[in-house]
Design a protein around this ligand. Sequence first.
Ligand SMILES: Nc1ncnc2c1ncn2[C@@H]1O[C@H](COP(=O)(O)OP(=O)(O)OP(=O)(O)O)[C@@H](O)[C@H]1O
Length: 270
Amino acid sequence: MTVGAPLLRLTNVSKTYVGTNALLNISLDVEAGKVLCLLGDNGAGKSTLIKILSGVHAPTAGTIEVNGEPVRFSSPRDASAYGIATVHQFGGTFPLMSVGRSFFVGAEPTKRWGPLRRFDKKLASEIAIREMQSLGITGVTDGRRLVGSLSGGERQALAIARGVYFGASVLILDEPTAALGVKEATHVLRIIMQARQKGIAVVFVTHNVLHAISVGDHFAVLIRGEKADDFRKGERTREQVTDLMAGGEAMAALEAELAEMQAQAHHDTT
Ligand SMILES: Nc1ncnc2c1ncn2[C@@H]1O[C@H](COP(=O)(O)OP(=O)(O)OP(=O)(O)O)[C@@H](O)[C@H]1O
């Protein structure tokens, strides 16, 4: 471990699929107790970056360091052994599993598994419910409920609670607020802040500028696989970020076209 090194550092990371440069020379630092927002429109390379960080894909070029030490993740298990937990968009894919069981599924038996020598459903349920409640989710009181019966926000909370409980130092959240209503999204944003307060590094992947700005400390904007901007809280306005993501010129062209259509409609009715 190198003193002062960021928890996770990417240097000039690129990923090429056949015929596509999905990522080109991405350098990023992920710091403990901070929220790094990864912004980008469809196809910008966000999922590819998540796959690299979570050990699903190896980069074609570039280096990854954890606490200053170069690493190579050859599987998601490798990344998780380094404390990197990834929460996918719908908070996990076990709709027919109980909340209690899904909380412990795939967990490393050596870590917090100790008291559960054989799977103890009652205890697993109690722990899952307690951990969700500690993140302010009070609507789920029975760990026997099926994951599929939880709301989108509750599923996200369950997956985040699980990451926190099993000692993640980096939580990667893939579009955690995308499918949620305003109230639930707000709750998930609050949970992100709680994880940050616990000293966890959060990588919040989103295309929602408002959500990003409300919780982010550090921001990177991806456009067609390249890092188009990298800034800290307060250094850009919401409009500046939205314009950059939408591609300023494309937006101006659309506005001009809409104005013309409106003028035409006005002309037709008079
Ligand atoms: N397995 C693959 N093979 C070939 N090209 C791929 C593959 N996966 C992604 N790509 C391409 O790489 C580019 C980046 O895709 P990626 O899925 O990382 O973007 P994204 O920002 O996550 O988009 P979205 O928000 O739509 O999921 C796109 O042009 C995509 O078509």
